[in-house]
Design a protein. Sequence first.
Length: 122
Amino acid sequence: MLRLVYNPDGGDRQEFEFDPDNPLNLEAEALESVGGEAWEDYPGFLMRAGSGNARARHALLWVMLRRTNPQLRFVDVVFNFGEFATEQIEDDEPEPVGKDEPAENATDLPSPEPDSEASTSN
């Protein structure tokens, strides 16, 4: 999950949550539609957005802003890159059992290491 923060100079700070692994279909379709020659599908958008592609960042901000202003046009979203940031939101999943913590059951135990001097029987 991502938190998207838009803090325009002279404007109100806005925060959005976006799950790139499970987007709303309409948002994924909108992201595909504005890709032009930069990307042709949603996975292509994700790849470009992950690498910092300017058009992908523009598209993502546009889609987020459309949540509160559905009539907003892509070309009307103009921003400085420093006004828009993304940050990873930590999942609330439990941490895996560490090496210093006891396992809850036998399946959580590490696999045994093969012996360097394995005995051979005939």
